[in-house]
Design a protein around this ligand. Structure first.
Ligand code: NAP
Length: 245
């Protein structure tokens, strides 16, 4: 049976690739982000290329007071909604560590906004006793590093939240999958120094969709990041604190 999937942050490079992968299977989509023109373009492209049903609508992760109405409007046009992919994210920059107004935005988008909308989705799927939630966290959430620890802290908190949600929803037949990408070639990482083993959004999008056919709850993408992070997490703190990462 085909899925009907809401993608939050649908203009992101990883989300676009994920949408293509869903559409190529014949799944219906609801694409949401803050950029209406871009959403229209992506939707038209997917409809033309794959002949699938694609809706779109405006969504701002920071405007948590709008999330309830937003979700109701989706279910109204897509009553068979069967899954959600949370793809939005905001890296901020180095300033986030020193300027709280920037750090607060990083937390508001990556964590508070995510919890707000996923709570609503979770209640909906819990009542239906079916569905899936795929949350894109990050390897950055596995250990705090001086280069991006506010973003890392928000993504780490999102990973813990998704873990709790998985524990809550498991008995109700709702799947919660945590995706932890390493470096991916997108606007978010463009021009950043020190990147290595950079993956294409296309390969990440395909793996996100195929994770639904596998049993893993936490998926590192590409797979080898599980082992890189295993090593990084085991470096003793007295050594780690002196490293330039
Ligand atoms: N690229 C990487 O190396 C990497 C690594 C690990 C994890 N990730 C995570 O993977 C996900 C996708 O990343 P990406 O690199 O593909 O992103 P991207 O191309 O930089 O796009 C970021 C997306 O976040 C959306 N967004 C930002 N602020 C928002 C807000 N307030 N409300 C709603 N949407 C908002 C943007 O949508 P609009 O501006 O259109 O609203 C855009 O679609 C993110 O969660 C990111 O943290 C990325």
């Amino acid at each position: 049976m085909n899925e009907a999937v809401l993608i939050l942050g649908a203009t992101s490079a990883i989300a676009r690739a994920t949408a293509v992968s869903f559409a190529s299977r014949g799944d219906s989509l609801y694409l949401a982000s803050r950029d209406e023109d871009e959403l229209r373009r992506i939707s038209t492209d997917l409809r033309l290329r794959f002949g699938v049903e694609v809706h779109f609508g405006l969504f701002d992760a920071e405007a948590t007071e709008t999330h309830d109405t937003f979700f109701k409007s989706i279910v109204a046009v897509m009553p068979n909604l069967s899954g959600v992919v949370l793809a939005f994210g905001y890296l901020g920059d180095q300033v986030a560590a020193r300027d709280f107004s920037v750090g607060a935005k990083v937390i508001a988008i990556n964590f508070t906004g995510a919890v707000s909308i996923l709570n609503i989705c979770a209640n909906y799927f819990e009542q239906k006793k079916s569905g899936f939630i795929i949350g894109i966290a990050s390897v950055a959430g596995d250990r705090g590093r001086q280069s991006n620890y506010v973003y890392g802290a928000a993504k780490g908190a999102l990973s813990l939240y998704l873990q709790g949600l998985r524990n809550r929803l498991c008995a109700n037949g709702v799947r919660v999958i945590t995706i932890k990408p390493g470096f991916v070639d997108t606007g978010m990482t463009y021009g950043l120094p020190g990147l290595f083993l950079v993956a294409s959004p296309h390969s990440i999008g395909e793996c996100i969709v195929s994770s639904l056919n596998k049993s893993a709850d936490i998926v590192y993408l590409p797979w080898f990041w599980r082992y890189i992070m295993l090593i990084i997490k085991h470096i003793p703190e007295p050594i780690f604190k002196r490293m330039k990462l």
